[in-house]
Design a protein around this ligand. Structure first.
Ligand code: NAP
Length: 312
């Protein structure tokens, strides 16, 4: 039996990409000399696309593949995939939930502690020999602070659990209050930000959450407030965030995600009250391997005509 043709739109964890390429006839779009020509050549029979959270798949691209039946995403965030178009056209979408939750939550805490205790700034202080001329100065503490989580889903809950270990109070904002937690629910994000010392974005990207962390929310967080984003750049008003950080109206920020990655505005890079990280929250060997395995498991289920493992 011939192996199915798969269009692979962007990179995924290399050892799992190797397994994918051994099991199927894969065509790498992101390294192709003529990506449009490659897609056109495979269009008559290609049923499967593998993509990643950043690359996604647009409606126009799906329209070019009349036989498309499955978009398997390496990543939990599917905001770059046109889900409405996929649904309307009977195209299944899978993602990689759960397996990345703990590492992403760890990164949120690393960014939070790094920002509050100014760990990268301390690293630079030692390396640049400034310690020889005097101490670095005093920082804020995370202890006994109020932490507001935007999006109490899988990752948001894992973040809240970790924050509780730092003797913090937890509040959260999202569409639906949860009956199985004793955290404080806020139905308005500005009210959550007013209450909180720390705001952590852990919701999905996409139109429904576009700029949900608004200028007003960041202003409410205030001059001592800390904002952490491991969600998507789109969920925060980045222009307002930079202005408020620069003026001191917002205290500090720890950011794994940005608008228009990998381009980070020079104004943000120039600030000393931010900790910047290149969208690496799930980027550990075990988690990336587990994400890749889920892509393989979903493809195997699809090819065998079984139920998909993690449909969106
Ligand atoms: P999840 O379990 O589906 O949780 C998403 C949560 O967001 C849900 O609790 C949902 O609320 C909430 N939400 C939905 N719309 C919202 C809105 N308008 N405002 C506030 N909250 C809203 O997803 P997850 O597995 O935790 O992943 C969350 C996101 O993290 C992903 O979609 C992805 O964008 C991001 N992520 C980033 C990285 C990284 O490398 N930085 C890695 C993995 C994931 P309800 O429960 O009320 O529906």
């Amino acid at each position: 039996m011939s192996k199915p043709n798969i269009l692979v739109m962007g990179p995924m964890y290399q050892p799992k990409l190797d397994e994918l390429e051994a099991a199927y006839t894969c065509h790498r779009v992101w390294t192709a000399d003529d990506p449009a020509g490659l897609i056109a050549r495979l269009a008559p029979d290609c049923e499967i696309v593998v993509t990643n959270g950043g690359r996604g798949l647009k409606a126009d691209e799906m329209k070019q593949l009349p036989k498309l039946k499955l978009v398997a995403c390496f990543g939990v965030g599917v905001d770059a995939i046109d889900l409405a178009h996929a649904k309307a056209n009977g195209i299944a979408v899978t993602n990689t939930p759960d397996v990345l939750t703990e590492d992403v939550a760890d990164m949120a805490l690393a960014l939070l502690l790094g920002t509050v205790r100014r760990i990268p700034q301390g690293d630079r202080f030692v390396r640049e020999g400034r310690w020889l001329k005097g101490g670095m100065g005093i920082t804020m503490s995370l202890q006994r602070k109020r932490v507001g989580v935007v999006g109490l889903g899988r990752i948001g809950r894992a973040i809240a659990k970790r924050c509780a270990a730092f003797n913090t109070d937890i509040g959260y904002f999202g569409p639906n209050p949860k009956s199985d937690v004793d955290y404080t629910y806020f139905k308005d994000i500005v009210a959550l930000a007013q209450w909180a010392d720390v705001l952590i974005a852990a919701c999905p990207g996409g139109p429904a959450t576009y700029r949900v962390v608004s200028r007003a929310a960041l202003q409410a967080l205030g001059p001592d407030g800390v904002f952490v984003n491991i969600a998507r750049g789109s969920v925060v008003d980045q222009t307002a965030m930079i202005e408020l950080l620069a003026s001191g109206a917002l205290g500090s920020a720890g950011l794994d995600v940005f608008d228009d990655e990998p381009r980070v505005p020079a104004e943000l890079i120039a600030l000393q009250n931010v900790v910047l990280h290149p969208h690496q929250a799930s980027a550990t060997h075990p988690t990336r391997a587990a994400m890749g395995q889920l892509v393989l498991d979903n493809l195997a289920a699809f090819v065998a005509g079984r139920a998909l493992v993690t449909p969106v």
